[in-house]
Design a protein. Structure first.
Length: 171
């Protein structure tokens, strides 16, 4: 199991390095900065036996710095299923999204999960992902680690998003 985690982590680090190098090598051109918003559903399977699965909903605000670089803020609700008792948490994550090309991207997020059940504490969350996004649809595969719950998961997020950018003509 540890070998699988190391391989996943090394692969994601390699993708991040590639994404960063393509971001800084891009040609400078006019691109209106602005916001996008997206609403998604996500599900995941744990890589250990503490939980049976996870299901959640989220909202993401994205600020496009350039055509290939964005900052993100994500929140929502995640339900972790277990035969010993389910847990719920509200994640609050900030992230960075870097596009390889027009539609493929790497994203990294860091944040906190706030427990919703009595006696459940808060947790640190980190979550790298790779995905595909077009004008309206965003599909990603992600790894999420919930440190204080001693669990992690591999999951999929499917979202609908739209731009809040000013549609002024180029000058």
């Amino acid at each position: 199991m540890i070998k699988v985690k190391k391989n996943v982590l090394l692969t994601l680090i390699g993708i991040a390095i590639l994404a960063t190098s393509t971001t800084f090598a891009q040609k400078k051109e006019y691109y209106p900065k602005g916001f996008r918003v997206g609403f998604g559903i996500n599900g995941g399977l744990p890589t250990n036996n503490d939980f049976d699965g996870a299901l959640g909903v989220d909202a993401r605000l994205q600020y496009d710095i350039t055509r290939k670089t964005s900052l993100t803020a994500t929140t929502g609700f995640t339900h972790l299923f277990s035969s010993e008792g389910d847990l719920g948490l509200i994640p609050a994550k900030l992230g960075f999204k870097s596009f390889f090309n027009r539609n493929l991207y790497f994203q990294g997020e860091l944040g906190a999960g706030f427990g919703t059940h009595k006696g459940m504490g808060n947790t640190f969350i980190w979550s790298p992902s790779i995905g595909f996004a077009n004008k309206f649809i965003d599909i990603s595969m992600q790894y999420q680690r919930f440190n204080d719950y001693n669990t992690d998961q591999l999951g999929i997020r499917i979202a609908y998003g739209f731009s809040l950018k000013n549609k002024k003509a180029k000058k």
